[in-house]
Design a protein around this ligand. Sequence first.
Ligand SMILES: O=C([O-])CC(=O)C(=O)O
Ligand SMILES: [Mg+2]
Length: 230
Amino acid sequence: MTAHVVVRDFDRVESSIVDGLAGLGVSTAHEADHRRGALAPQIRPIQSGARIAGTAVTVSCPPGDNLMIHAAVQTCRAGDILVVTTTSPSTDGMLGELLATSLRAHGVVGVVLDAGVRDVAELRAMAFPVWARAISPQGTVKASPGSVNVPVICGGQPVSPGDVIVADDDGVVVVPRTRAAAVLQAGRARESAEAAKRERLASGELGVDMYGLRPLLAQLGVVYLDRPPS
Ligand SMILES: O=C([O-])CC(=O)C(=O)O
Ligand SMILES: [Mg+2]
């Protein structure tokens, strides 16, 4: 295997499924995939209120070097999300408003970095959503090779090109390409079940009754007292 590659193309999930996953949001997609795929919670949005899903274009860079992000742009298509990792931990500002401008021109709808981002005021003003481990003005060079569209680990999760990334205020989840349709179906079922529960909770019903938890509490030895013990 060649050490450094740029893979130009790969299989993508149908856009109606990607859009459906965006509609579910991160926490529901995560639950619907049996609580898998959540990236480390230290990878935070720089904005508030963005909820997107898209196809992962993966980038593996040496720390402090964003050469391969530039190399990745030509592989991006409408609806993609760039997923950037470094080969050892780094919080350097790998991407800012210039790269975001270029990515947007190639259809990219957002970026997830297991690294740093900068120019956050400009990125917010241009409504280009980014999730990153750090905000840092620290600049990077364009000097060393890496790879584009190979499997990477981002925020502790394996991400392959073509997987679906869902990102919102809760964080980021990766849904493997081959499970995307099943996760959407399970997520929609979960949403209907939650709608019914929400109505019952809003009317004052207790979770301990709705979920049938009283026997469990008793079995675990939890005792209700009318007053604090003296
Ligand atoms: O240029 C860079 O290396 C990163 C940056 O600030 C930008 O993309 O605007
Ligand atoms: Mg800049």
